[in-house]
Design a protein around this ligand. Structure first.
Ligand code: HEM
Length: 472
């Protein structure tokens, strides 16, 4: 059996899996599952849920942001983490926020970040190199931790232009908040209404950490305000600068558009920080694991990186676009290790989806993970790691283009997609040009679905420095 089969064998889309941590007896008492004309419906407490796996219906529901809003419980977890923000709001409020941020995350706007992100990666890899030398040419590395640091720095560049003590403080506080909220979701009483406001130890910790994060972000904002005032300059062109400018309100005629409140700024800072590092870091960690497991693909990618970027691995966005093998590998990792394994929507009106009547309040579950591994869409080798399937593009890899939606689809597709792919290619290029990776016997496979699909015990790899002829 291939390692991918082993790697991806965690339960997804099953009714029991829906709310991890809820004890079996409670689930059995609450859940009834019905199969009507090949469509799976199930009840979870008062909620009726339908699982949508047909790519055409997935597309319809994701396009229709008026009739389908983001649904609890995903918004419950997220609202604990980030409050009301781009991730959790709907309707006009969401559209206004999206309009503010979208221009800053287009490919053109991100070009300026390439050098800064590359510098951060290089300085971290220099530390790897020292450790490898100390270890006599080989070392074992827990890559998840390492990648988290690299991605945190990239997101800090985008949000705050720089990395200093305060931005690092926000990162560690948010990481603790993420862990506390994740911890709460594994509690068997988590889904019981009102449980989250009881003064349990974890709930109190969650509130305290959330307050600390707000306090640190407030200090960062105050410093930026003071600097802009003292130097009589704008707030800057990073995301924080953009948000502070929007707090003053953009005037169109007599109407003030897109005005953010100070609470919005706190929440969006948290959203981008968490959205930016948690997703990309876990995605990159799985990528490193699969590259380590498939040395032949490591070789294809390394050869291409050296050909495109030259021996000094000089990179810009056009070079990143030329890395076809790297792109195929990343797509295949997205398919097999879908970082956000499901999306939930709730019908806001009585409506129809294909031939199904969808009453107001019905929850739609889109099990992206299952769709990405469905043999009807991907062929009999759907469970194999085979980047070649993407050689002629997504439309040739899958029976239906909507069968591949790692970043979702429609108006609410991931706003950070370009940044995530840019960072991913930079990290893969820099790591493979300097090191050979293999899986350590100490690696224990245990992917767990918290807010994202993460490796429970980290990912331990053996890292070897490449001879100068193959590395920069
Ligand atoms: C490999 C990395 C990433 C993956 C796989 C990913 C995936 C996704 C998916 C599937 C959604 C849609 C969720 C839903 O509608 O239920 C989403 C939304 C979002 N993502 Fe990402 N994401 C990644 C990286 C990022 C980064 C780097 C950022 C920030 C810079 C980010 C910020 C967001 C935000 C703010 C939304 C909400 C957009 C909206 O509703 O308008 N993501 N992401």
């Amino acid at each position: 059996m291939s390692i991918v089969r082993n790697l991806t064998t965690f339960k997804m889309g099953s009714v029991v899996d829906l709310f991890e941590g809820v004890s079996m007896w409670l689930m059995l008492a609450l859940v009834t599952t019905t199969l009507i004309r090949n469509k799976v419906f199930y009840n979870l407490g008062p909620n009726l849920i339908i699982m949508v796996t047909n790519p055409n219906l997935v597309k319809k529901s994701l396009l229709d942001v008026d009739n389908y809003h983001k649904a609890r419980p995903s918004t419950f977890v997220l609202s604990k983490l980030v409050g009301k923000s781009l991730l959790t709001t709907n309707g006009e409020e969401w559209a206004n926020h999206r309009q503010i941020f979208a221009p800053a995350l287009r490919v053109e706007a991100l070009k300026g970040l390439v050098n800064k992100i590359t510098k951060s990666i290089t300085s971290r890899l220099d530390i790897w190199e020292e450790k490898v030398q100390d270890g006599g040419g080989l070392m074992e590395l827990e890559v998840h931790h390492e990648i988290c640091i690299i991605t945190m720095e990239a997101i800090s560049h985008m949000l705050f232009s720089n990395i200093d003590q305060k931005t690092q403080q926000v990162f560690f506080q948010l990481k603790t908040l993420f862990e506390t909220v994740s911890q709460a979701t594994t509690n068997r009483f988590f889904t019981i209404s009102g449980y989250s406001i009881l003064p349990t130890m974890n709930n109190r910790k969650m509130v305290n950490v959330a307050q600390e994060v707000d306090k640190t972000i407030k200090q960062i904002i105050q410093i930026r305000h003071a600097q802009a005032k003292a130097n009589k300059t704008s707030y800057g062109d990073d995301l924080l600068g953009l948000m502070l400018t929007s707090m003053d309100g953009e005037k169109v005629g007599d109407v003030i558009k897109c005005q953010l409140s100070i609470q919005d700024v706190f929440n969006e800072c948290k959203t981008f920080f968490l959205g930016g590092f948690e997703t990309t870091s876990t995605f990159m960690t799985w990528t490193m694991l699969l590259l380590a497991e498939y040395p032949e693909w490591q070789g294809h990618a390394r050869k291409e990186i050296l050909e495109v970027c030259g021996p000094n691995i000089e990179m810009d966005t056009s070079k990143l676009n030329q890395m076809k093998n790297v792109g195929m590998i990343l797509n295949e990792v997205h398919r097999l290790f879908t970082i956000l394994p499901r999306m939930l929507r709730v019908a806001t009106n009585d409506t129809k989806l294909g031939d199904i009547f969808v009453p107001k309040g019905l929850i739609l579950e889109i099990p992206t993970f299952q769709i990405h591994q469905n043999p009807t869409l991907w062929g009999e080798d759907a469970m194999e790691f085979n980047p070649n399937r993407f050689a002629k593009g997504v439309s040739k890899a899958c029976q239906d283009p909507q069968g591949f939606i790692p970043f979702s689809f429609g108006p609410r597709y991931c706003i950070g997609q370009n940044l995530a792919m840019l960072q991913s290619k930079l990290i893969v290029a820099k790591v493979l040009s300097r090191f050979q990776l293999s899986v350590s016997p100490n690696y224990i496979h245990n992917p767990q679905h918290l807010a994202t699909l993460t490796p429970k015990f980290g990912v331990q790899l053996h890292v070897k420095k490449l001879p100068p002829s193959t590395s920069s």
